[in-house]
Design a protein. Structure first.
Length: 365
């Protein structure tokens, strides 16, 4: 990981010493650099790619400017307020300074941060009451308390950085990694590499493998991908997914399977598919359609025969036919479902792209 720390040149000695301590103690866990001016920080962001921008302190126009540029470049942001969001600080020059800055940028900056790192329980309670960001982590400062050490502080900090980078990895994965995922899903579903019909794309970067593992775990399709790896005899790096926590968007809930939602007791396969498409439309309308649902549908269509003409007529009667065609397109795009297994032709249009965008971004912070 490559981290850029920013704090103002006129910041307190405690903040400067804190950043210096972190950089020294995290040498083996991350590549750390620091900047104390806008020009220096923006130049660093232009010259190199950073995984994270760590902002120290609040109420700085410069920090907001740097954070906006970092986000444009795909660099994630984490903030340590250093007590500057506590009530007695916010009351100082509230009407002339704090409220205008809060409305202009400070609240938005905290809200967009992947995590806010506080240094004690009282500071955490203040942040909870503000409700600007729910992803709050307590890491005690070894410079102001004897309850922790510099080494432990740096270790916990590195864990938070890692957790941030293990969150919503879809937006960090390369096109090649995404293509590999699609192939692994297809082979994992079919159990036969001959269904690929194309050359297999390999991943040479262990970090990309980690991103893929994180993503499939969060999308609840790990078992399908593992089967794909076994069938293709790929010697992939071994990651303990259970030891790779991640941040989730506010209101996130794990997806229920289609089977859990609609049950199994149906007279015919067509009845089951009708209920499946109705359920998928509800999920799509509430922006809760995920990759795991498409994987489940792919398996259903491959493993069971349907009376296609009757199914299409029933879908048309219930105004679900176009939606079903869009789902076919999404399933083809993301799991590799072949047209020979589709009860109706796929449809690529604006609404299809809209649903794909929600699937891609449903883990986005």
């Amino acid at each position: 990981m490559r981290i850029l720390h920013y704090y103002a040149s006129n910041a307190s000695e405690n903040i400067a010493e804190y950043v210096k301590t972190l950089c020294e103690e995290m040498r083996t866990d991350a590549e750390n650099e620091s900047a104390t001016t806008v020009q220096e920080a923006l130049q660093s962001l232009r010259d190199r790619h950073y995984d994270l921008l760590h902002i120290h302190g609040c109420w700085l126009y410069a920090a907001n400017r740097i954070a906006r540029r970092a986000l444009q470049l795909g660099t994630r942001v984490v903030v340590t307020p250093h007590g500057q969001l506590e009530p007695w600080i916010m009351k100082q020059r509230y009407w002339k300074e704090k409220l205008p800055k809060q409305l202009l940028f400070q609240r938005s900056l905290i809200h967009k941060a992947y995590a806010v790192i506080v240094q004690g329980k009282m500071e955490e309670e203040c942040l909870r009451k503000l409700d600007w960001n729910r992803r709050i982590v307590i890491i005690r400062n070894s410079l102001i308390t004897n309850t922790t050490t510099a080494q432990e502080m740096a270790r916990q900090q590195a864990q938070v950085y890692r957790k941030i980078m293990d969150s919503n990895t879809w937006e960090l994965m390369t096109d090649s990694t995404k293509r590999t995922l699609r192939q692994l899903l297809k082979v994992g579903i079919t159990g036969d590499e001959r269904w690929l019909g194309e050359s297999y794309v390999t991943i040479s970067d262990n970090n990309q493998w980690r991103m893929l593992y994180c993503y499939v775990h969060q999308e609840q399709v790990s078992e399908t991908v593992r089967r794909g790896l076994q069938v293709l005899r790929i010697d992939a790096p071994d990651f303990d997914i259970q030891q790779m926590p991640s941040f989730k968007p506010d209101g996130y809930e794990p997806s229920k399977t289609i089977e859990e939602a609609i049950g199994m007791q149906y007279a015919t396969e067509n009845d089951r598919l009708m209920s499946t498409f109705r359920h998928l439309r509800r999920l799509a309308l509430h922006k809760r359609l995920t990759l795991s649902h498409l994987v489940e549908l792919d398996k259903e269509l491959r493993n069971h025969d349907t009376a296609e003409d009757q199914l299409c007529d029933a879908l048309k009667e219930r105004h679900l036919y176009k939606f079903a065609r869009r789902i076919m397109q999404l399933t083809y795009d993301l799991t590799g479902l072949d047209e020979g297994h589709m009860p109706m032709p796929p449809l690529e249009d604006r609404l299809t792209r809209h649903m794909r965008k929600h699937i891609d971004n449903h883990l986005k912070i």
